[in-house]
Design a protein around this ligand. Structure first.
Ligand code: GLN
Length: 535
């Protein structure tokens, strides 16, 4: 029988529920269990694909092309379980399919209601993930939002029903709350008491509490929380602020025996914990020496979450290269007015231009790319960042001053980046880009080949525009290296600068597959060359 763990949050948002859920997943995997992670998002958007990165952070892409909430990226970095479209549920999806079934007459004339029809749809989707692979032991379901929100009620009600139907040893409730510090450092438990009361009103008694606080909670505080919330004393845990890295969280929970308590409550035998991978992440974190300064020249710089996977991938690479990577976030529009990019870029050891959509800031990215090319500074272009390399090459090496992407200038005489053929008739903007994992075939003697060490790779994509095939010949004969293609060789997947220490642009987004225990090869080689160039 599968076990289910629902992870909910209280008091306020941004407490690190995704990292806590992922850390629990990592710990259960370290005990040899097969874990699948899921996210329930209470918003009405069908998926995260149409949401602004400013408001909601990055859109994470799965192998099967789902555009999901960024928490799936956390799951992918902490755990091994497969993540697909099915692992991300939104209110929009649930209603969409219930309404479709109603139109098809599947409810046989009954009045269609939140309970049981919406809650059944939620439970069926969770059970479908549980049944997808026959060796799944535990499904961890993170419920987005905060208890008390109107939107999350159907998901919490579905959790309550599952606890009732499957029994308390098969379905656990983990609740994450905040213990704020007020006045002279006094920790306040009242918001946690209220948060647990809200859960109890819905009919869920949390089995485990994780209390986010500035410090580890002391015994009297834990006792007080336990007394007021009906949660066993040994099931109240601290989640102190971490000043190292989020990847220490599994170790912090392990030291408090969180995994042992979960296994005991679920009646699962407690096997040896293999914590070496996590300990080794921390050893490498502490062993880093020196610093490199990497300039990220992008569009959505104010919100860290907008490029979450990218920043994480650079961090993973820094662990592998034994050097600290200082991320210098540069809003590309600040470069646009400057005659000389030096004023802003001086002292930067490597440039990364990440993915992005729309015209704003493009000229600033072009300036950064030209600066890196001319000054022989390592450059890594991802998706839009590769398209920028192509436009820069056309304008400055081939001297086609009007060269552009048709995304920014539909009427250009030199459309060196243009709409993918399959996109020409697309009118519906949700889920319609070139999405998900595709095979890329790598040419010999290229930097991308050196990075991956293999000829065939699978990376994930999310774009509508592409290197224009009509310019392949002129680009290649002027020296731009076309280093990788899709398997049908109809699309250029990677370009490289000749006679340059390391200038690589890829149409895919390798950051989605990077892990703290295994950095993405291109990120690793980029940070390695940046380090080599300055030392
Ligand atoms: N805007 C570009 C496109 O749609 C680049 C997309 C991206 O950077 N992921 O092709």
């Amino acid at each position: 029988m599968n076990k289910f763990i629902f992870v909910s949050g209280g008091v306020c948002s941004s407490l690190g529920k995704g990292v806590a859920a992922s850390s629990i997943g990592a710990l259960l995997e370290s005990r040899g269990l097969n874990v699948r992670m899921m996210k329930c998002d209470p918003y009405i958007n069908v998926d995260a694909g149409t949401m602004s990165p400013y408001q909601h952070g990055e859109v994470y892409v799965t192998d099967d092309g789902a555009e999901t909430d960024l928490d799936l990226g956390n799951y992918a970095r902490f755990t091994k379980g497969r993540l697909t479209q099915a692992n991300s549920i939104t209110t929009g999806q649930v209603y969409e399919s219930v309404i479709r079934k109603e139109r098809e007459g599947q409810y046989l004339g009954r009045c269609v209601q939140v309970i049981p029809h919406i809650t059944d749809e939620i439970k069926n989707r969770i059970q479908a993930v549980a049944k997808e692979e026959n060796d799944t032991d535990v499904i961890i379901i993170e419920i987005g939002g905060t208890v008390g929100d109107i939107e999350s009620i159907p998901f919490l009600e579905a959790a309550r029903q599952m606890i009732h139907e499957c029994g308390k040893t098969n379905v656990l409730s983990v609740h994450l709350t905040l213990i704020p510090e007020v006045g002279g450092g006094e920790l306040k438990t009242k918001p946690t008491q209220h948060s647990v009361k809200s859960m109890q009103e819905i009919g869920i008694q949390p089995d485990i509490l994780i209390c986010r606080a500035p410090v580890m909670l002391d015994e009297p505080t834990l006792r007080k929380i336990s007394l007021f919330t009906n949660v066993d004393l040994d099931a109240v845990f601290s989640s102190p602020d971490i000043n190292t890295t989020i990847y220490e969280e599994p170790i912090i929970f392990f030291d408090q025996k969180l995994d042992q308590i979960i296994l005991r409550k679920m009646g699962v035998e407690c096997r040896h914990a293999e914590m070496r991978p996590w300990n080794s992440v921390m050893e490498r974190f502490n062993a880093r020496q020196g610093k490199v300064r990497i300039g990220i020249v992008g569009k959505y710089m104010e919100l860290h979450d907008a490029y979450k996977s990218l920043y994480e991938a650079l961090f993973h690479a820094s662990l592998e290269c034994g050097v600290e990577a200082e991320l210098v976030k540069i809003d590309s529009s600040t470069l646009e007015e400057l005659d000389n990019a030096d004023a802003v870029l001086n002292g930067i050891n490597g440039i990364l231009v990440p993915g992005g959509y729309g015209m704003r800031g493009i000229n600033g990215m072009l300036k950064a790319a030209a600066w890196a090319r001319v000054n022989k500074i390592p450059y890594f272009g991802i998706s839009l960042g590769m398209q920028i390399m192509v436009i820069d090459w056309a304008r400055n090496i081939l001297n086609w001053s009007d060269a552009d992407s048709t995304e920014f200038n539909p009427g250009t005489k030199h459309p060196v980046v243009s709409l993918l053929e399959e996109q020409v008739n697309v009118t519906n903007y949700g889920g319609s880009m070139r999405l998900g994992a595709f095979e890329t075939v790598i040419e010999d003697e290229t930097l991308i080949w050196a990075a991956y060490g293999e000829k065939q790779i699978w990376e994930r994509h999310r774009h509508r525009y592409e290197f224009s095939n009509q310019y392949r010949q002129e680009m290649a004969s002027s020296g731009l290296k076309l280093a990788a293609f899709n398997s049908a060789r109809t699309l250029v997947e990677c370009v490289e600068w000749p006679g340059h220490p390391w200038g690589v642009g890829v149409q895919f987004q390798p950051e989605f597959k990077s892990k703290p225990t295994a950095a993405s090869p291109l990120f690793r080689d980029f940070v390695a060359i940046v380090k080599k160039c300055i030392h």
